[in-house]
Design a protein around this ligand. Structure first.
Ligand SMILES: NC(=O)C1=CN([C@@H]2O[C@H](COP(=O)(O)OP(=O)(O)OC[C@H]3O[C@@H](n4cnc5c(N)ncnc54)[C@H](OP(=O)(O)O)[C@@H]3O)[C@@H](O)[C@H]2O)[C@@H](O)CC1
Ligand SMILES: Nc1ncnc2c1ncn2[C@@H]1O[C@H](COP(=O)(O)OP(=O)(O)O)[C@@H](O)[C@H]1O
Ligand SMILES: [K+]
Length: 540
């Protein structure tokens, strides 16, 4: 598992650790790790550190201190290091003295600073770290723009110190200008903003430097004190159900799928495709696309009636391609009336938004909502004001938490970074009538939010969401807890798309890297789940 902690937690852990260490020890650990990463990158880029051109952008806090000390270490190895001080009178004194003692220089004036940046091999972004508020301040913007020009020219590598300046450490939100980095060297633990878009996109490849904060952060205990966590191959291998000698199709899980309509039969086929590849022992389909489904997948048990006419299932997927007619309403009602976990997606979410959270009241078994940003907007409009979809996508952690709170449901919010939020505890369940203030992220005392590390923009293709619903439903029917089912399905789905696009299995996701290969269709993603599953088990 990869864990990320909020600024508040990092500060508390840092304070506890610093009390036992000599002053400045943590900063030296951070600077040593940072300089080592930069030295490796410079060696790869130009063959050696000696003679390379490095510019340090240093703000007024300890983030600037880290960058200046790292600059000093690079200068001692023969790099030409120049520092641009954003507020010279407040620059980190120890770091600046170390840089000067190692032969580094200070650049004066904006023009010279920009020129140096544009000619640099490596730019260190130490403008602001976890002490930052909002986007970059105006005085920093021209230097960030110069760094971006240097990157685009293909010359310079931009390395962010702890996190890209201007990115919100706790949420990944970006308000205004921010630095775009190729590599982010982060200290002690990941910050949520490095794992969630848009922040994750600004961060590029993230390298973690261990500075000894682990025990203070509760590492080693399940979940520790993390606000966000991301599954890795080994976690997934432990979660995926594997049949035993005693298994039969019922024990492996029977999933009900209520999807598709005369107008959208394809959604039914795609949801069933995802379900069959997701490992259910059997899939029961209920709806008016029964003929199309059985023609394409003869192994499906079908009825043209609704969920109430279907035999027993261990979980329902309801919504993809249902439309909004009376049959669609009936399918949603009947699925929600069954005392098993229910995943509501697509048109099912639009119908649910018309009714609001009250439609889920009285249910005991879990509900899992899987909206994209537009559907999330509609669901939120039922309880509060509907913010535009772009705003939901831009602040995805916050909005997914709001949705989970408002509907008392597990929420998987799809998009460039898919996030999975656990349902709030019963006591914290808030409904529209009592709604006064939105909860803020992270929910105090809450379980970590899961973020999916395998997503790829190749998934932005019609019907791929239906496939995800099917995979998730299968894992729900197999008995996985909803958060596990949702996050494991998102992981497999992303990996399957990468595998299908690249034409080879086992592709391990690399953050910040350009997508490999060629376009894929939703059905091909479903078919590639098998290869993804194999690669996960091989690694586990
Ligand atoms: N925690 C740990 O374990 C360790 C932490 N370490 C390091 O310390 C870093 C945190 O240092 P920090 O606390 O000094 O804050 P930091 O991020 O440098 O910001 C400082 C000042 O920036 C300003 N400013 C604010 N917003 C701004 C904006 N948008 N745009 C521009 N400027 C802005 C504002 O100053 P003001 O100008 O208002 O006085 C603010 O006070 C952390 O990220 C890591 O690198 C490691 O050394 C070792 C272990
Ligand atoms: N830019 C992107 N990067 C990564 N994944 C994406 C991106 N855009 C969409 N996706 C994924 O593609 C799928 C699309 O689902 P959805 O919006 O429901 O489409 P549809 O209704 O056509 O099936 C989701 O799993 C979503 O997370
Ligand atoms: K920074």
């Amino acid at each position: 598992m990869r864990y990320a902690h909020t600024v508040e937690r990092v500060r508390a852990a840092e304070a506890a650790l610093m009390a036992r260490l000599p002053q400045g020890a943590l900063m030296q650990r951070a600077a040593a790790g940072l300089a080592a990463t930069c030295a490796r990158a410079l060696s790869d880029l130009r063959g050696s550190v000696y003679g390379s051109r490095v510019v340090v952008l240093a703000g007024s806090g300890d983030n600037g201190g880290d960058a200046l000390y790292a600059g000093a270490r690079l200068a001692r190895r023969g790099a030409g290091v120049a520092a641009v001080l954003l507020t010279p009178e407040k620059a980190h004194r120890g770091g600046l003295a170390a840089l000067r003692a190692a032969g580094g220089t200070v650049v004066h004036g904006r023009g010279e600073g920009e020129q140096r940046i544009e000619r640099a091999d490596l730019v260190l972004d130490g403008i602001v770290g976890i002490g930052g508020q909002g986007g970059l301040r105006p005085e920093a913007v021209p230097f960030a723009a110069a760094a971006q020009r240097a990157r685009e020219r293909g010359g310079a590598l931009v390395v962010a110190v702890d996190l890209p300046s201007g990115v919100d450490a706790d949420t990944g939100e970006v308000h205004g200008a921010a630095v775009r980095a190729d590599v982010t060297v982060t200290f002690g633990t990941h910050k949520p903003g490095l794992l969630v878009d848009p922040g994750a996109e600004y961060a590029g490849v993230v390298r973690l430097v261990d500075i000894g904060l682990g025990p203070e952060l509760g590492e080693g205990r399940p979940g520790g004190r993390a606000a966000v966590e991301a599954l890795q191959h080994a976690d997934l291998a432990a979660l995926l159900p594997v049949p035993t000698a005693e298994s039969d199709k019922y024990r492996r899980g029977v999933l009900g799928v209520a999807a598709g309509s005369a107008r959208y039969p394809g959604a039914a086929v795609l949801a069933v495709a995802g379900a069959l590849h997701g490992g259910a022992g059997a899939v029961r389909y209920a709806g008016s696309a029964a003929e199309e489904v059985v023609r394409r997948f003869p192994e499906t048990l079908v009825t043209s009636g609704g969920p109430a006419q279907t035999g027993r299932v261990q979980a329902w997927v309801v919504g993809p391609g249902l439309g909004d007619g009376p049959e669609a309403h009936r399918a949603l009602d009947e699925a929600l009336a069954d005392d098993v976990p229910v995943l509501v997606d697509a048109d099912g979410l639009t119908l649910l938004a018309q009714r609001g959270p009250v439609a889920l009241e009285g249910r005991r078994a879990p509900v899992l909502l899987t909206p994209h940003a537009g559907e999330a907007t509609r669901l939120l409009a039922a309880v509060h004001r509907g913010e535009p979809a772009e705003e939901v996508a831009h602040a995805r952690l916050r909005h997914a938490v709001r949705l989970a709170e408002a509907y008392g449901a597990v929420v998987l919010l799809k998009g460039s970074t898919t996030v999975v939020v656990p349902a709030p505890a019963e006591s914290a369940r808030v409904h529209s009538a009592r709604y006064r203030e939105w909860p803020s992220f992270p929910v105090a005392g809450g379980t970590p939010v899961r973020v999916n590390p395998t997503g790829t923009p190749w998934l932005a293709t019609a019907g791929s969401g239906d496939v995800l619903s099917g995979i998730t439903g299968s894992l729900l029917a197999a008995g996985l807890a909803p958060v596990d089912a949702a996050s494991a399905a998102a992981y497999l789905h992303g990996l399957a798309a990468r595998t299908a696009a690249a034409g080879r299995s086992g592709t391990v996701p690399v953050a910040g890297a350009e997508p490999q290969g060629a376009p894929v269709t939703a059905l091909e993603v479903a078919a590639a789940v098998r290869a993804a599953w194999r690669s996960v088990r091989a690694a586990g």
